[in-house]
Ligand binder design. Structure first.
Ligand code: HAM
Length: 509
């Protein structure tokens, strides 16, 4: 049997997009482009420049920036080892001794980041190698040789011989990293940046929640922490939503105090003490959070926990004077800008870097995943990532949810039709058709030029299916006489135009 025949018999695997990821297709992508274009325009009017950070970064950046105990970092990141380039990709059995020695050197010099687990794994792999080496000496006659070599491969594969990197679950940490890396503190402050693109979190997929999703975000770094900065950022966000035509938006705000000052620490201590007392009545997640991050208990959506949460101490009653003043001024500045908000004392957000102002926006038509945007102040994050003390505030919009909400309220674009379908027949007409298509496209018309000749009846049917407005009919008669036929498909009317008149006629129609 020939190779081709074998292949035919085996049914080729059908591939599907990985769970939690999806293809964005036309005509929906037209709405995505429109939303993104609106963001470019609105953000530019507020003086923001676009930044495009990489899709993957050192895992450590997110662990430190977002917080090691957060759900995002502890459970949801896509992490892999980017193997050190200083190591041979596939050491042969003959060069194993040299290879392990090299690994030790790279561990020692810090070239390969390491921890106790890596040290232990290297030791096991080396010991296993010694065993296999002894077996090799004996000419591999022992019955267990195969098993031992297999074990070596397993141990070797388990070694993490490079930098751990993660697909970005969010972009704030990346933007701060870039601010430090490019010495942006030397630019006029504050630096205002925005970004858009895919983020990755291994969450349970559902409506409005994906493993690859898209964010449009903005960050302000440096300068003062003036409340007007918080308010103007939120004003820009609401202006953007307004320009997109998003319906039923609700802005919630809160202040979660100052991490460096005592107010946040004292509040968390108070909250924790109260939570300990009601621990038995809470679910497993909240019980765990009493230890890891008590503030997150306030986020709980579990029905039976709601009456308990209502009795917990509130951060607003525990803010220090500075934070209280800042919060009051943010609210005043929002009012000055005509931004309508609701206060929500339970809005703590799920990332560690926030302090003082936090906010979230919900929109209609989204079901349980109804937050289209989240953000807040994060003074101190740049410093935590090795930069100078720097103020910071920002937000990220869930673009998938924004689009969903727009579609639910009837803002979905209809399939984009063509302006002109060129129905041509005959060799002479082919050259004319190609020329006409070029002229029309240069003038900005969308044109469908069939690649092969079709009978006129079929061509016009196709033009209808594609939603074309006009058909330009080019047959031998038309080409010879120089009188082209332009048909309006909606009413079937036809008119004769010369090549010179074509653009003019269409522009007037
Ligand atoms: P976040 O609240 O984790 O904040 O995400 C912001 C928005 O991204 C959410 O409100 C939601 O609309 C969308 N989103 C999050 N996860 C998913 C998902 N799995 N599927 C679909 N949409 C999702 C941040 O990411 C912060 N970096 C925001 C920020 C910027 N804070 C300061 N600067």
């Amino acid at each position: 049997m020939s190779e081709g025949a074998v292949k035919k018999e085996e049914k080729p695997r059908k591939f599907q997009a990985i769970r939690g990821t999806r293809d964005l297709l036309p005509p929906e992508t037209a709405l995505w482009s429109r939303v993104e274009q609106t963001a470019h325009e609105v953000f530019a009017t507020f003086g923001y420049g676009e930044i495009r950070p990489p899709i993957f970064e050192a895992t450590e950046l997110f662990a430190r920036g977002v917080g090691g105990d957060t759900d995002i970092v502890s459970k949801e990141m896509y992490t892999f080892v980017d193997r050190s380039e200083k190591l041979e990709p596939d050491p042969s059995i003959g060069s194993m001794n040299v290879f392990f020695q090299k690994v030790r050197e790279l561990f020692k010099s810090g070239e390969i980041p390491t921890d106790e687990q890596d040290e232990a794994a290297l030791k096991i792999a080396e010991d296993q190698w010694k065993k296999v080496d002894d077996l090799l000496e004996g000419g591999l006659k022992s019955e267990s040789a195969g098993t031992e070599i297999y074990k070596l491969v397993l141990f070797y594969d388990a070694l993490r011989l490079g930098t751990r990197v993660s697909l970005r679950p969010e972009a704030t940490a990346s933007v701060c990293r870039a601010y430090i890396e490019h010495n942006m503190q030397q630019l006029p402050q504050p630096v205002k940046l925005y970004y858009m693109g895919p983020m990755f979190r291994r969450e349970r997929p559902q409506k409005g929640r994906y493993r690859q999703f898209y964010q449009i975000g903005a960050e302000i770094l440096g300068g003062p922490d003036a409340p007007a900065i918080d308010a103007e950022l939120i004003e820009m966000l609401m202006t953007f939503f307004d320009k997109c035509g998003l319906q039923g938006t609700e802005l919630s705000i809160n202040s979660i105090g100052h991490a460096a000052d005592n107010c946040r620490r004292d509040y968390v201590a108070k909250l924790k003490a109260k939570l300990e007392k009601v621990k038995d009545k809470l679910g497993a997640d909240s019980q765990r959070r009493i230890e890891t991050n008590p503030l997150r208990v306030l986020d709980s959506k579990l029905e039976h926990e709601q009456p308990i949460i209502a009795t917990l101490p509130r951060i607003a009653d525990n803010l220090c004077d500075d934070c209280k003043t800042h919060y009051a001024a943010v609210k005043h500045e929002l009012e000055l800008r005509g931004v309508i908000y609701r206060e929500n004392w339970r809005l703590v957000r799920g990332l560690d870097y926030y302090m003082r102002t936090t906010f979230e926006i919900t929109a209609q038509g989204l079901g349980s995943q109804n937050a289209v945007c989240g953000g807040g102040r994060y003074d101190g994050l740049v410093e935590l990532l090795g930069g100078p003390p720097t103020k910071g505030i920002g937000f990220a919009i869930g673009e998938d949810r924004l689009i969903l909400s727009l579609q639910e309220s009837g803002k979905a674009p209809v399939a984009q039709g063509r302006d002109v379908y060129i129905a041509w027949m005959g060799e002479n007409a082919r050259a004319t058709a190609v020329r006409a298509a070029k002229t029309l496209r240069n003038a900005g018309f969308s044109v469908e030029l069939p690649p092969v000749e079709q009978k006129f009846g079929k061509a016009l049917g196709q033009a209808d299916k594609l939603g074309a407005k006009y058909a330009l009919i080019l047959g031998d008669n038309e080409v010879t006489s120089g009188e082209w036929t332009l048909k309006t498909l909606a009413d079937g009317t036809q008119r004769k135009v010369s090549e010179q008149q074509l653009l003019d006629s269409l522009q007037k129609m």
